[in-house]
Design a protein around this ligand. Structure first.
Ligand code: COA
Length: 173
């Protein structure tokens, strides 16, 4: 099996991004850590939006700087992971620094676990010394991933908009 690698999204990934999105939509999956992919059908538009969110000069109002990465297995886009550089009020209260998703056909092969580990040096490079990672209390896979990288449970909060409970963990870098 090909090894995994994290890369910045670029023009060369457009068809893979469309394919990835279609598979997640067909499966009715959430798209955590994929930026606005769930509402943006055109991969080029998504790419430009992602790039705009990665630089202060182009950051849309009300957003925080973020780094979007793709997890590639060979030529296959297996997963996406996003690092939010700072926590605004919503992120501090609920979602934390990191989001990630693995396409259904690539799940249960260690990709989610690998991605979170691989993004930790990226977080350090951004200047973070600890990160908050949250998962639904109904998501044992994500909980396992967070714990496997030393996540320390902090608290469970209720997110009223989606009416869900989020477990929040901190990972020291
Ligand atoms: C959560 C998610 C990222 C897991 O990705 P993955 O690549 O399947 O994860 P891994 O293969 O690294 O599995 C991690 C652990 O969870 C376990 N696991 C995976 N899927 C599971 C499931 N549906 N139920 C229970 N355990 C599960 C694995 O066996 C593994 O445990 P182990 O370390 O004891 O072997 C993926 O299911 C996903 O994208 N879900 C939708 C988006 C999402 O929930 N993102 C997380 C937001 S916090």
């Amino acid at each position: 099996m090909d090894t995994l690698r994290l890369v910045r999204p670029g023009m060369e990934h457009l068809s893979q991004i469309a394919d990835f999105r279609r598979e997640l939509l067909d499966a009715g999956s959430s798209m955590d850590g994929c930026g606005p992919l769930i509402r943006i059908e055109d991969p080029m538009e998504w790419l430009l939006d992602t790039q705009a969110r990665s630089r202060l000069e182009t950051l849309p109002e009300g957003r925080v700087l973020s780094t979007q990465l793709l997890c590639m297995r060979g030529d296959t886009l297996a997963g996406m992971i996003q690092v939010r550089h700072i926590l605004n009020e919503y992120l501090e209260k609920y979602a934390g620094h990191i989001g990630y998703a693995v396409r259904p056909s690539e799940r249960r092969k260690g990709c989610g676990t690998w991605m979170l580990g691989a993004v930790l040096p990226v977080c350090r490079d951004i200047g973070l010394d600890k990160i908050m990672v949250a998962c639904l209390d109904t998501n044992p896979a994500s909980r396992k991933i967070i714990l496997s990288w030393g996540g320390v449970y902090d608290r469970t909060v209720h997110e009223p908009e989606e009416d869900v409970n989020l477990e929040q963990y901190w990972i020291k870098l």
